[in-house]
Design a protein around this ligand. Sequence first.
Ligand SMILES: [Zn+2]
Ligand SMILES: [Zn+2]
Length: 254
Amino acid sequence: MKITFLGTGTSQGIPIIGSKHPVCLSEDPRDKRLRVSVLIEWDNYCYVVDCGPDFRQQMLSNAVEKIDGILFTHEHSDHTAGLDDIRPFFFRQGDIDLYAHQRVFKELKKRFDYIFTTENKYPGAPSVDAHVITNTPFNIGNIEVVPINGQHFKLQVFGFRFQDFAYLTDMKTVEEEEIEKLKGVKVLVINALRKEPHISHFNLDEALDFINKIKPERAYLTHISHLLGFHETVQNELPNNVFLAYDNLQITIQ
Ligand SMILES: [Zn+2]
Ligand SMILES: [Zn+2]
C-alpha cells in the first residue's frame, strides 16, 4: 500500500493569506501545507480521503489519472470544498463513488445540489454514487475499511483503518472501544494542530498520548497549523517513531 500526503495543513493552509508569521514566510517546502487529504493506492486501486479546496492542485501535482472513490471524514469545508473538481475524473470514468456519513451527504447536497440532482441536470455537472457509511466495516476495492468514530468538539467524525494503515484527522476525543480498533496498526496518521490546546483538535501532547495508546510502528502528524512551528524544529523534538507529515510525502506499508 502506498500513501501520499496530498495536504497536511489546517483549514486555512500554510501560508495563511496575508500572514507575516515566520512559519508562513518560511522557504522550507515542508512548511507549505495545503488542506488536509491523503491518497491511498494498492494493487490497481486509488482512493482519496477528503476533497478540500486544494483538490485540483493536489491531483495535478501528483499526476493522478483516475480515482476509485473519495471517503469523507466530515463535512467541514477544508475537507469537502473541492468536490466540483471531480469533473475530469467523472468525464473519463463516469459516476464517482463517495463514502460518507448520512449527515455529511445532507450537507454536501446543500452545497453541491447540482451534483446530486437527477432532474434537469446541467450537462457539465458531475454525478456521484453516494455510499452512506455507519460505524461498521465496509468494502472498497478488494479490502475492508474499518471506520473509527470520534468527536471533533461536538461534531462526529470518522477516521478509517485500511488494513495496517489508519488515517484519523480532526479528532478531539476518541472512545476507548474505538481506540481498540486501531490496535496492531503499523502506520497511524493523526491530527496535531499546535502546542496550545484547542477546543476541537488534538494539540501535540494529545496526539502523542494517543499514539502511545496505540503503539504503531510509525506515526505521522497532520492537520498542522503554522502555530505548531517550523517543520524542522518540531521534527527534532519528536519521539523516534513519530514524524511530521509534509505535503507530497510518500510512504509504503508492506
Ligand atoms: Zn479540518
Ligand atoms: Zn473539521
